[in-house]
Design a protein around this ligand. Structure first.
Ligand code: MMA
Ligand code: CA
Length: 214
């Protein structure tokens, strides 16, 4: 009973909040700014509300509440999707980001040692660029070429010499070693990307371009 009341309270609060968000209201609840709904596929319902408008059976006010809450949330999500993809378009156009699949790669243009590069990526909410397929390697290479600087990757040598893994610990599922690399035999525990996209195991205390993934 208590959790039901809480749920209804939350539902009403969300509904009121989305309706009262300061915006140039377009007349459609939850839709603001220049976005539109045209051509957008409808997202799946979040709360399993009735498919149609308030009906005659059951509790009409409850059905009505769920229906307007659901369509309100739907409009908010579609509008957010549109605004995000517009921002991504601007950043990509200006060469600030490279996208590959679900990943976004970006650099701050700074050359620092491995630990500092990893730290600044994590501080920004990402991690060091870690290519897991050819498409991602190419996106990172675009940035390496843009700055004409080698970059550290999110790959490190483990305790066993010659065994490289992702910084999170998993085994590599894709590699692009330069010919005769890796050759450090435990003395080069980090990995850099050359300006042709191939990899070299390298000492971790050098100054390399910071490229992060988000
Ligand atoms: C350097 C260093 C190594 C790399 C070789 C390739 C001489 O050492 O960058 O990591 O494997 O060059 O010749
Ligand atoms: Ca090497």
């Amino acid at each position: 009973m208590l959790s039901y009341s809480l749920y209804m309270l939350t539902a009403v609060a969300v509904l009121l909040m989305t309706c009262h968000t300061p915006c140039k209201c377009s007349g459609i609840p939850g839709l603001s700014g220049r976005g539109g709904l045209k051509g957008q596929p409808r997202l799946p319902s979040l709360i399993g509300s009735p498919k149609g408008p308030p009906g005659r059976d059951g509790l009409p006010w409850l059905r009505g509440l769920f229906y307007s809450l659901d369509s309100n949330l739907h409009n908010v999500l579609v509008n957010l999707q549109l605004r995000l993809s517009r921002l991504e378009g601007v950043l990509a156009l200006n060469g600030k980001i490279k996208e590959a699949g679900e990943k976004i790669f970006a650099s701050n243009g700074k050359e620092v040692d491995f630990e500092s590069a990893l730290e600044s990526c994590e501080e920004a909410g990402g991690t060091l660029a870690t290519p897991t397929n050819e498409e991602e390697n190419k996106a990172i290479l675009d940035i390496v070429k843009q700055y004409n600087r080698y970059a550290y990757l999110g790959i490190r040598e483990g305790e066993i010499s010659g065994q490289f893994s992702y910084i999170k610990g998993m085994a590599l599922n894709y590699t692009k070693w330069h010919q005769y690399e890796p050759n450090g035999k435990g003395t080069e525990k980090c990995v850099e990307m050359y300006t042709d996209g191939s990899w070299n195991d390298k000492k971790c205390n050098l100054y390399r371009l910071t490229i992060c993934e988000f």
